[in-house]
Ligand binder design. Sequence first.
Ligand SMILES: [Zn+2]
Ligand SMILES: [Zn+2]
Ligand SMILES: [Zn+2]
Ligand SMILES: [Zn+2]
Length: 249
Amino acid sequence: MPTGTKSISPSVKTAYMREYRARNREILRAYEREYRKKNPKIACSRGMRTRAKLRKQILNAYGNACACCGETTVQFLSLDHIHGDGAAHRREFGYKQLGSGGGEIYREVAKLGFPKDRFQLLCMSCNHSHGRYGYCPHKGRPTEPLVGRKKWNRTAKQNVITAYGGKCVCCDETALEFLSIDHINGQRRADETRHKGTYFYLWLKQQGYPKDIYQLLCMNCNFAEGHGGCPHKCPHKCPQQFTCTELAA
Ligand SMILES: [Zn+2]
Ligand SMILES: [Zn+2]
Ligand SMILES: [Zn+2]
Ligand SMILES: [Zn+2]
């Protein structure tokens, strides 16, 4: 590009760049391949855009709403394996963790023609409740009383929820099945990591339920805060009416 670009009109500049790219296509591609190899983390942003596009297709194909509660906020929606074979499916692609391997699974679902008998959309709260408890309170709770270990777990969680105000600090959700303890500054305390599940709840009690480090969030708000990429974190707090993190996966 000639020097003094400031005085050149934008359309001339665009035309020049287009012509430049066409002229040097092969060189630029080779450079990009090299760059991607050297900087896998940075280079994945393009992959993320492709994935976001694919995610949009998936959301459209599956009705843009949670199959359980009708939630339509895109940041809360996740693709659910109806038959509970999500973990096995992720392993097929070499992924272990929940939420990983999304891109590959999206591609596969698109290739299969968006089968409705295998996949559905669920919001993170309904998804968590189905996975963790085997039901969702939106459809009613089991009537038989909890006994033994299950009762012990439930009581400990109920106590923590009561101590932390009984509802999601973002959206006021109160259902126990949807609520989780969130680390306000995103960091785990070193002495906390030894305490898992119900032991974590009992440990919190021992610590006197510290409010400066932990808060209650529902799974939807918790997920959005962790993955939104929006400065307002949860779409509930976003003045742009849920649009500014629309492409977040
Ligand atoms: Zn839902
Ligand atoms: Zn539900
Ligand atoms: Zn919430
Ligand atoms: Zn929220």
